[in-house]
Design a protein around this ligand. Structure first.
Ligand SMILES: [Zn+2]
Length: 381
């Protein structure tokens, strides 16, 4: 994928620098491991008006002092997950897939988790209360695109409604139709002067309903978008997500990039690539690291637990990163247990290296016709 700030080799993993940083690792380091594009969340620059400051600097590239391709999302996901997350206990608050929640982590069995929805959605857009200061804010297609233009990322996204995994068919049908009207409004705002060198992606919604997903894929792909994002909710479980991709992907043009929004565990990457996904963005590698969890070839391990306090082994024997070549699990575990920032920094470095290196292996395996073999090796099936 060619952008004004460089080429992105696909399939690619897009590390998320939510508020403009990877939280523990520089963009330069991540780029050395193969991070060619980064995702910034528009929401955080919108809610407190910081996008105006970024504009004064000349855009995100100048503000962050980097020269790599950037993506911004529409801000919608944070707004809507703030709403249904509080109400239904899903999304950022617990698991993206409600069927995979641990007992007690869901408002269905724990009413204390059920809170008032702070978001009001109309044809016009979404009105919401910013949880940090209680201020009422409004986001719609035009505002989202204007804000993303001022931020100046290479690839930006249309404004859509991300429904809850617990939304029913009738609500989702109504919502998808509105998202399509917002897609047209996003395109209109995007094509207003001044013309920029940004590219706009449309978003396919439709929840876990086959006819809605297929309808959305056909309609959105008929519009002049640069590429397409598949948005959540993606069903009650990962199995549902595979089904949704099986319905959607064959209907999208092969010559345009296809992005899976907010998904990027190792199994998701293999299953997505197999179905034709080109790019994935996900906070998991960095978020897990902050919580002391390492991605390894043997699965996830929690380095905060007492199991590793005496271990001389590296985080992952098969990993070639600087952390695994030099440091023991015991040292990192000791730092994490003392809340030393450097422990998190080492783990963020390892986890991002792990995923970015996996993408490199996947790209090579596709070229060599060994993708399914690599998938079996990683997932054991
Ligand atoms: Zn490593």
């Amino acid at each position: 994928m060619k952008t004004p700030h460089g080429t992105i080799h696909t399939p690619a993993f897009v590390p998320v620098a939510t508020k403009g940083a990877l939280r523990g690792l520089s963009f330069e380091e991540a780029n050395k491991f193969g991070g060619e594009v980064f995702m910034i969340n528009t929401f955080h620059f919108y809610v407190d008006g910081k996008y105006k400051l970024v504009k004064k600097f000349g855009g995100l590239h100048e503000f962050l002092n980097i020269d790599y391709p950037l993506m911004t999302d529409s801000g919608g996901f944070q707004v809507f997950s703030l709403g249904f997350g509080l109400e239904h206990g899903v999304g950022k608050i617990s698991n993206m897939f409600p069927g995979e929640n641990k007992p007690g982590k869901h408002p269905k069995d724990n009413p204390a988790l059920k809170k008032k929805n702070l978001v009001k959605i109309t044809e016009e857009g979404a009105e919401f209360k910013y949880y940090k200061n209680g201020k009422k804010l409004f986001l719609d297609a035009e505002t989202s695109i204007k804000t993303q233009k001022q931020l100046g990322a290479d690839i930006i996204f249309a404004f859509d409604e991300c429904t809850s995994p617990l939304s029913d068919y009738e609500y989702t049908k109504h919502s998808v139709a509105r998202t399509h009207r917002w897609a047209i409004r996003s395109l209109k705002e995007f094509n207003k002067t001044p013309k920029t060198d940004q590219a706009l992606m449309g978003i396919i919604q439709g929840g876990e309903f086959k006819d809605l997903r297929e309808g959305a894929a056909k309609y959105v792909s008929s519009l002049p978008f640069f590429g397409f994002g598949i948005g959540g909710p993606l069903g009650q479980s990962k199995r549902d997500m595979h089904k949704i991709l099986d319905w959607t992907m064959p209907l999208l043009p092969e010559n345009k990039p296809r992005h899976l929004l907010g998904i990027g565990d190792v199994d998701d990457i293999f299953n997505g690539v197999e179905r034709g996904i080109d790019t994935f963005d996900c906070v998991n590698p960095t978020r897990l690291a902050r919580h002391g969890t390492a991605l390894t070839h043997g699965g996830r391990i929690s380095l905060k637990s007492g199991r590793y306090v005496n271990s001389r082994e590296p985080v992952d024997k098969r990993c070639q990163c600087r952390v695994c070549r030099g440091y023991s699990r015991a040292y990192i575990s000791s730092l994490l247990r003392e809340w030393e920032i450097y422990g998190v920094m080492l783990l963020v470095e390892h986890n991002l290296f792990y995923v970015l290196n996996l993408m490199e292996e996947i790209r090579r395996s596709i070229k060599d016709g060994r993708f399914l073999e690599l998938k079996r090796r990683y997932l054991g099936k």
